[in-house]
Design a binder for this molecule. Structure first.
Ligand code: COA
Length: 332
């Protein structure tokens, strides 16, 4: 069960309009779970509109009653069966912060792996290169329309989630998410870590990678104690990555514990964090940057940012703490 960060995430979602859209077959299969999730959003002060296309037949009447009873704060929009469900939702003329489509599956890449977040350019490229972004082939046209709508500014954030227990809750209130987010304008902010909840999230992000061996473990007590050395990147006001400042001498600072939540990996957030960190440190008077890593992705990233792999005797003491780990250095 992934860890929920209710307080922190609610702050950026409360009072915002969110559409949840689910077709009849999927809604029938996951009826109670979906209602429970929407109820949960309402409790967090999120303004929900629920679209479904359940037909008017007699056996559905009890469902309609239950929806009305359990979700009094939600605006319910019943889409007529002869109308294209997706077009109706996508063209609905109301301002919305996020649209969540509850489907059978999230989007997948060419290896069949879950895509956590993707921008429309990459999504379009992927249709051309390997066609199958999603298990449900019929969803491809819908995806084209979603990208078009995002590109023309109709809305910013569309989530494709596999319907199921806590699907929406996990997508919006955990670090990992449960489905795929399609969005372009990720507005990143690089800021020092501030609150108790932020320490919790950073602990969660670093914990996610403790089995990958690249990062030295840092627990909550360590982060709390060294709070003034931790910086984070936020997207939509939510922490998606962290970095630790370690001063090696008056001119040199180490980039430590660089980690991006799985949801936002491969979106250039790592590049953003490393460059933002360096700008901040230059402002503080540092002239040299050091980082120790054996993570090939990070090694590639550092080379692209002008770092050189070398062992400088000046950092002999630091070197001894991480034997066998490659050292990267960049001088201004
Ligand atoms: C390593 C890590 C921080 C990278 O962050 P990321 O946000 O996933 O990576 P980014 O998308 O920003 O950048 C990596 C890619 O951008 C490329 N890149 C670097 N600079 C670039 C630039 N200026 N413009 C375009 N691309 C660039 C890199 O070469 C790399 O390419 P690849 O996707 O082909 O491999 C992240 O994967 C992570 O958190 N890993 C787990 C924790 C960890 O191991 N941390 C290291 C501890 S030592």
């Amino acid at each position: 069960m992934p860890k929920l960060y209710i307080e922190e995430y609610t702050r950026s979602l409360s009072g915002k309009p969110v559409f949840i859209a689910c077709r009849e077959g999927i809604l029938r299969n996951h009826f109670h779970d979906i209602l429970a999730d929407i109820k949960f959003l309402n409790r967090q002060g999120i303004l929900t509109t629920f679209f479904h296309n359940m037909s008017n037949r007699f056996s559905n009447q009890k469902h309609f009653k239950e929806i009305a009873k359990r979700l009094p704060e939600t605006k319910i929009v019943k889409v007529l069966p002869d109308i294209d469900f997706y077009n109706f939702v996508l063209d609905y003329s109301e301002r919305v912060f996020k649209i969540i489509f509850l489907e059978r599956k999230f989007l997948i890449d060419q290896n069949g792996e879950k895509i956590n977040a993707i921008n429309t350019q990459l999504a379009r490229q992927s249709f051309c290169e390997y066609g199958e972004l999603i298990g449900n082939i019929n969803f491809k046209d819908v995806l084209q329309r979603i990208c078009q709508k995002i590109d023309t500014g109709s809305y910013d954030r569309v989530h494709i989630l596999p319907a199921g227990k806590h699907a929406i809750k996990h997508e919006l209130f955990t670090i990992e998410g449960s489905g795929t987010l399609i969005a372009n304008n990720f507005e990143e902010q690089f800021v020092p870590i501030e609150t108790r909840e932020e320490i919790e999230i950073v602990t969660g992000i670093l914990n996610m990678y403790k089995h990958e061996k690249f990062l030295k473990p840092r627990n909550k007590t360590y982060i709390k104690k060294n709070q003034e050395h931790f910086y984070v990147t936020k997207i939509d006001g939510i922490i998606v990555g962290c970095v630790e400042k370690r001063e090696l001498n008056a001119e040199t600072v180490e980039i430590g514990a660089l980690a991006i939540s799985t949801k936002f990996r491969n979106q250039r957030v790592g590049v953003f964090m490393a460059t933002s960190f360096m700008h901040t440190m230059i402002h503080e008077g540092y002239r040299r940057f050091v980082s120790l890593t054996n993570n090939p992705k990070l090694e590639k990233l550092y080379r692209r940012l002008g770092f050189e792999r070398k062992d400088d005797k000046a950092y002999h003491e630091r070197r001894k703490q991480s034997p066998g780990v490659n050292m990267y250095i960049k001088e201004l």
